[in-house]
Write a protein that binds this ligand. Structure first.
Ligand code: ZN
Length: 499
């Protein structure tokens, strides 16, 4: 009897030790992109930044959190591209295949962390995100928890959401909480796995489609609404709440504003539903108040307003050609008006024109250039503008002919930054890279919508030029066909109730 007892205790001890030593295993992956369906320029392999294996984990709060919690991470492919046109199918399929094969090889896992944007659209797919997560789920099985972090400009369909257990999004636009959001998605996943929770998500889709510039969280009405999210998340039985402003320049049925509330389990579904409806109703009731938070108007009006301003420097956004929302960035429309109006002390940052840049490099600093600029990529709204100027600066990258190559040309008193490839001036360092200080100029034109946090804090004044392009802020000016055309603001008389 005593022998059996000792044997039994040994078995029990071995079993519990193994249990303690058994690390929770989380597989991580992601394909992050904001796809502008109006853009005529597809997003290709060369636009993607890729991280694999240990490189994925470097300098990320979410990876540090997992490590502190004793989690074993199995990082697969994390792909990210700057917002642009629809993603080419061949590259997307290649990335997806790599992730799914890694997942099959990962062995027994407990959770999956998806590092996503939420507005990915791929050539030939109705809903690539939904089919991607379905394939992930089919391999992982129902017992594995999937958690994802998103940009609040994502458009997540019901098909996507039915295969995810936990989701959370940025709570700031302009975005200041990217790292924090990813960390929250990971922390909620770890907590759920440790406590054995089976989270449940309630969604309310609001029939509103607005550009991000009308969905700024630093001003009302969204400021007060976003301020409630962390409080809702603390309620009994709930773990997280998100408001997705959505991404407007995607002409797809799933493009809309949404509220998501995550409950610990289905027992708390009702409270999650009530909270989601409550937030959605507040947003709907305040829809007319979601407006641009800075003065806006035609290019002429904005230049005149800037010139009259008492502020030393005024930033003007060329909002239709906003490269941070997927536009091409080679439309010279604002430059043409600056030159015509003989505006001096202006900085145009910047325009994409690889050929013009190569002409600058061939001529050299101090020499004249007489050519046309713009309209080489965006053939829908863009055009070629004749310019004559003096080359003042060539970046080392321009001489090395890398993608970050840039030149500064003085054209009749306007400093014109010409770039080899599509990017945006979103922080002070972007100006410093081309030897410029934006505060030295009366007018600074940027190809953005809202200013990114660093510029928002730096700019003494900001105006929004309502220009044409793939990111036109006048939603009704673009040929939308597939979104809910009964949603606000397409149908301003639409009646709706969240409950
Ligand atoms: Zn965003």
């Amino acid at each position: 009897m005593r022998k059996f007892l000792i044997f039994g205790m040994l078995i029990l001890l071995t079993f519990s030790c193994k249990k303690e030593n058994d690390k929770i295993r989380i597989f991580t992956c992601g394909i992050r992109h904001e796809s502008n369906t109006f853009s005529t320029l597809p997003t290709t392999e060369e636009n993607f930044n890729i991280a694999r294996g240990e490189d994925v984990l470097k300098d990320h709060e979410w990876a540090e959190t997992a490590e502190k919690e004793g989690i074993e991470l199995i990082p697969s492919l994390h792909a990210y591209a700057w917002p642009g046109g629809i993603v080419e199918r061949t590259i997307y399929d290649k990335y997806k295949k790599e992730i799914l094969e890694d997942l099959k090889k990962a062995g027994k896992i407990d959770g999956i962390y998806l590092d996503m944007h939420g507005a990915l659209h791929v050539e030939g797919y109705d809903d690539a995100q939904a089919s991607f997560i379905k394939e992930v789920r089919d391999i992982a099985g129902d017992n594995v928890l999937i958690s994802g972090s998103f940009d609040l400009h994502g458009n997540l369909s019901a098909d996507f959401v039915k295969n995810i257990d936990i989701l959370t999004a940025y709570r700031t636009a302009p975005h200041r909480d990217g790292a924090e959001t990813k960390d929250r998605a990971m922390s909620l996943l770890i907590e759920s796995l440790k406590r054995g929770l089976k989270p449940h998500i309630e969604t309310v889709t609001i029939p509103i489609l607005i550009p991000g510039e009308k969905g700024i969280t630093e001003v009302e009405p969204l400021h007060s609404i976003y301020a409630q999210l962390s409080e809702v998340a603390k309620k009994e039985g709930l773990m997280d709440a998100s408001v997705f402003v959505g991404y407007a320049w995607a002409d797809l049925p799933r493009s809309a504003m949404r509220v998501f509330v995550v409950a610990n389990n289905t027992k708390h579904a009702e409270i999650a539903r009530t909270e989601a409806q409550n937030l959605a109703q507040q947003i709907w009731d305040k829809r007319a108040e979601m407006k641009l938070d800075v003065p806006s108007g035609s290019i002429d009006e904005m230049i005149a307003l800037a010139n009259k301003s008492e502020k030393e420097t005024v930033f003007i956004s060329d909002s239709g050609d906003n490269t941070t929302a997927g536009a091409q960035g080679d439309n010279p429309q604002v430059l043409a008006v600056l030159l015509k109006s003989k505006t001096k002390r202006a900085l145009f940052a910047g325009i994409v024109d690889a050929y013009f840049l190569s002409q600058c490099v061939a001529s050299g600093v101090g020499n004249e250039i007489n050519s046309t600029i713009g309209g080489k990529k965006d053939k829908t709204f863009g055009f070629a503008l004749p310019v004559k100027g003096k080359i003042e600066f060539l970046s080392p990258d321009s001489i090395m002919q890398t993608d970050r190559g840039a030149a500064v040309v003085d054209v009749e008193g306007v400093k014109l930054v010409v770039m080899k490839s599509r990017r945006s001036f979103v922080k002070k360092a972007d100006f410093e890279e081309v030897n410029l200080n934006p505060l030295d100029y009366k007018i600074v034109v940027v190809k953005l919508g809202y200013l990114y946090p660093e510029l928002r804090d730096l700019a003494p004044e900001h105006l929004m030029a309502l220009t044409s392009g793939f990111c036109n802020l006048e939603m009704t000016a673009l040929p939308f066909k597939n979104v809910d055309l009964k949603s606000y603001p397409f149908d301003v008389n639409r009646e709706w109730n969240a409950r």
